[in-house]
Write a protein that binds this ligand. Structure first.
Ligand code: ADE
Ligand code: ZN
Length: 325
């Protein structure tokens, strides 16, 4: 039997976490007070009672509205640094963190404010031995022109950004909408990944576009490929990483996709376990490992393989992988 202690002590990488999704109600309230922003209440209990969601769209509405309190570089720093301390407590050695610049530039916060706050926190995490990198996401419910501008805004900061991702509301926003932006991202030297949230409309079509046309190196979620044996062969042969997030899937789809993860492990797919938006889905990475282990009775070998997959599909050099594994 795998114990919680075994999970807590297992070295791991986290590849799917949204920095904006690490904004706990406590920090939100603190920043609201500091920045004199009206968030409708000054009570933590009342604020927590507004956190209702059971679908991707209803979750995103709460997630975006919470971001109003992030105003200054130090706010972005505090958000990321608070999360990075959790990363260390969870025995995560390497983390690749998503951020959503358009969610801030669209409310008149400069790209520079966001990237400077986040990247300084990543730099400071080195002090406790955490290697933290940033993945900039395009919001897929924004226009492709907005994505182009965001990639352009990133140019002066390219040394601080490891890759480009795609998140937000998938409905009617297929990967191909961003084909040019992702082509340009690859030409500029970025790694690329995309969300394929579980149980979305046209999910398998979207996954095919991401894998076969765009050529992503990883898929975020994407565990419903088990429906399609050709896609399972494709991701297994091409060592595409799938970043599964059990607690998030449970919240937004009422199914943590544990059976799918086990099938994918059996088929040699490089699936990993991650927290997605830990402030919203009831837990950080070790809580996610524990949820799936407990509910789906994973063996120690399976848990170790999940952690191994996280390093194997991380965007780090082979020598760095050998150091961690
Ligand atoms: N943005 C933050 N979390 C997300 C998720 N799970 N799916 C899509 N977009 C997101
Ligand atoms: Zn996500």
């Amino acid at each position: 039997r795998v114990t919680r202690n075994f999970i807590d002590n297992l070295p791991k990488a986290e590849l799917h976490v949204h920095l904006e999704g690490t904004l706990e109600p406590e920090l939100r309230l603190k920043l609201a007070r500091k920045n004199h922003i009206d968030i409708g209440t000054d009570s933590l209990e009342t604020l927590k009672a507004t956190y209702h969601y059971d679908t991707l769209a209803s979750f995103l509405a709460v997630y975006y509205s919470a971001l109003d309190v992030l105003q200054t570089e130090s706010d972005f720093y505090d958000l990321a640094f608070t999360y990075l301390k959790k990363v260390h407590e969870n025995n995560v050695q390497h983390v690749e963190m998503f951020f959503d610049p358009q969610a801030h530039t669209s409310r008149k916060i400069s790209f520079e404010t966001v990237i400077n706050g986040f990247s300084k926190a990543a730099e400071d995490a080195k002090k406790f031995g955490v290697d933290a990198q940033l993945i900039m996401c395009f919001l897929r419910d924004f226009s492709k022109e907005s994505a182009r501008k965001s990639l352009e805004a990133a140019k002066p900061y390219q040394d601080k950004i490891l890759g480009i991702g795609l998140d937000s509301d998938e409905h009617n926003n297929p990967p191909l909408k961003f084909a040019t932006a992702f082509d340009n991202a690859v030409s500029e030297g970025y790694h690329i990944t995309m969300h394929a949230d579980v149980d979305q409309v046209d999910s398998i079509d979207h996954i095919k576009q991401a894998l076969e046309i765009i050529g992503v190196e990883r898929l975020d979620h994407g565990t419903n490929i088990v429906e399609n044996p050709d896609l399972v062969d494709f991701v297994s042969t091409n060592k595409i990483g799938l970043t599964s997030c059990p607690n998030s899937n449970q919240f937004l789809s009422q199914d943590m996709k544990g059976a799918e993860v086990k099938t994918l492990l059996d088929r040699d797919v490089k699936v990993s376990i991650n927290s997605d938006d830990p402030a919203y889905f009831g837990g950080y990475i070790n809580d996610n490992y524990w949820s799936i282990t407990k509910n789906y009775e994973l063996t120690q070998e399976q848990v170790v393989q999940l952690a191994k997959n996280s390093f194997e599909t991380a965007w780090i050099s082979d020598s760095q992988k050998n150091n961690y594994m």
